[in-house]
Design a protein around this ligand. Sequence first.
Ligand code: NI
Length: 169
Amino acid sequence: MAIRTIITYPHPVLRQKAETITVFDQELKTLIEDMADTMYKAPGVGLAANQIGIARQLVVIDRSTVENERKFLTLINPEITGGEGSIVDEEGCLSVIECYAKVKRFRKIHVIAQDADGNPLEFDAEDRFARIIQHEVDHLLGTLFIDRLSSLKRALYKKKLKKLLQGEE
Ligand code: NI
């Protein structure tokens, strides 16, 4: 069990396109466990590998249904191959401090991916689950949810962040 450091905006690794994973070994399984540890410690509901400085196509998503349950889904090389409907709802991100904003996403998506052993996965996701997957897959493409806000809102956030970071000095 190891908690990794979560990288925050504007670190450039968050802008890297994550590489496809082709080797499903013990090292990958350790990384997955560390990502789950880091997500639950934060706490967050999803985490992409870029967020701990590793630009590889791996995300973990919380699937617990009761408090303190450790149940998560691992998606390797995930791809959203279809989307329908749209919902606007509030999002935040462990890598974007002090920012919550409404983002429009597909309500329902179709996903293909691989599991920790490299087996193919294919499923539909809806509502909040679909939102989290879309947010995490964006991370793997180097996209942050603030990129989906209006330029005015993004500018306001950058100004706020600058102040916050100056306050830390
Ligand atoms: Ni995020």
